[in-house]
Design a protein around this ligand. Structure first.
Ligand SMILES: O=P(O)(O)OC[C@H]1O[C@](O)(COP(=O)(O)O)[C@@H](O)[C@@H]1O
Ligand SMILES: [Mg+2]
Ligand SMILES: [Mg+2]
Length: 343
């Protein structure tokens, strides 16, 4: 018998041995993982499967959709309406929430996803991914089963009950937390199964690597500029060490590197669109990634407050994001708070 631990066995142990998740949540996660397997098949087909290129449509945020954005969204909806134990879903690619019709099995969970993260990398064969987050629908009065609405989704990220992503790269890896640390599962394509390849992932507290889109430098706010200038000054500067830089432009791939070897990732507010709090989405990107990073011993803030404490007011809310190695995130956050005091 193989001593490899499958995703199913990991989840059964989380349910039965640790009592951390109910059976319905275990099944929901398995359905999401199966959907990711299907998305990975489409991603791998590339030009052979006519999945590359633009779909010539726009999402609610005015971004041009790629064919794979739409395919991945449909795969997740279709898989989860049947087996997800869900009340409703919300996606970066849909204008409003999708309430699971009552011809399908009903449940108390709410699933949110960025079906295809890193869309600009699809056509150039660079790592992309799927990000997901699960909340429980709140019941103010257990006797009243009120219809699900967008307001049910507007919960702070600290109330997530599961979160994860799947990165479609040289390997396909599913990364998951149910609040008991972070586990990584690699897809064994021959067996068609997810195999636990790392458990209790830990992000080093210190790092010499930052990730930010440097082309936006002239638009940054003072604290971000101060931090990056100090990194760039290297050994002779106030940090006393040389820093390396990486920017993949797929949050999934950048966060995966940080979970693997540490680093700090930033997509901060900038002056290009001053009324927009940031580029990334709170519900589909920042919350799930923030929880994963915290579960691995890192930190995640918007420069001023912990991402997971933010109470959303809109489904498609944007947010400034700084996450990764704890001491670096603390430093960037301190620079923001110091700048606020002198303003
Ligand atoms: O091209 P930019 O401005 O550097 O933005 C890159 C960022 O945008 C994103 O691609 C946004 O995700 P989507 O592809 O899901 O819209 C992040 O994954 C990434 O960190
Ligand atoms: Mg994204
Ligand atoms: Mg996307």
């Amino acid at each position: 018998m193989s001593n490899k631990i499958s995703l199913t066995r990991y989840l059964v142990e989380q349910q039965r041995t640790h009592g951390r998740i109910p059976p319905e949540l275990r099944l929901l996660i398995e359905v999401v993982a199966r959907a990711c397997k299907r998305i990975s098949i489409s991603v791998n087909k590339g030009a052979l499967g006519e999945v590359l290129g633009s779909a010539e449509s726009e999402n609610v945020q005015g971004e041009v959709q790629k064919k794979l954005d739409i395919i991945a969204n449909e795969v997740l909806i279709e898989a989860n309406e049947w087996g997800g134990h869900l009340a409703a879903m919300a996606s970066e690619e849909m204008d409003s929430i999708y309430v699971v019709p009552n011809r399908f099995p009903q449940g108390e969970y709410l699933l949110m996803f960025d079906p295809l993260d890193g869309s600009s990398n699809i056509d150039v064969n660079v790592s992309i991914g799927t990000i997901f987050s699960v909340l429980r629908k709140r019941h103010d009065d257990p006797k009243i089963i009120d219809p699900v609405s967008e307001a049910d989704f507007l919960q702070p990220g600290r109330q997530q009950v599961a979160a994860g992503y799947c990165v479609y790269g040289p390997q396909t890896t599913l990364v998951l937390t149910v609040g008991d640390g972070v586990a990584m599962f690699t897809l064994d394509r021959e067996q068609g199964s997810w195999v636990l390849t790392q458990d209790q992932v830990t992000i080093p507290e210190d790092t010499k690597e930052f990730a930010i889109n440097m082309s936006n430098m002239r638009h940054w706010d003072t604290p971000v500029k101060r931090y990056i200038d100090e990194c760039l000054a290297g050994q002779e500067g106030p940090r006393g060490k040389d820093f390396n830089m990486r920017w993949i432009a797929s949050m999934v791939a950048d966060v995966h590197r940080i979970l693997t070897r540490g680093g700090v990732f930033m997509y901060p507010w900038d002056k290009r669109e001053p009324n927009k709090p940031g580029k990334l989405r709170l519900m589909y990107e920042a919350n799930p990634m923030g929880w994963l990073v915290e579960q691995a011993g890192g930190a995640a803030t918007n420069g001023r407050e912990r991402i997971l404490d933010m109470v959303p007011t809109q489904l498609h809310q944007r947010v400034s994001v700084i996450l990764g190695s704890k001491n670096e995130v603390d430093l960037v956050t301190r620079y923001h708070l110091e700048a606020d005091k002198t303003a």
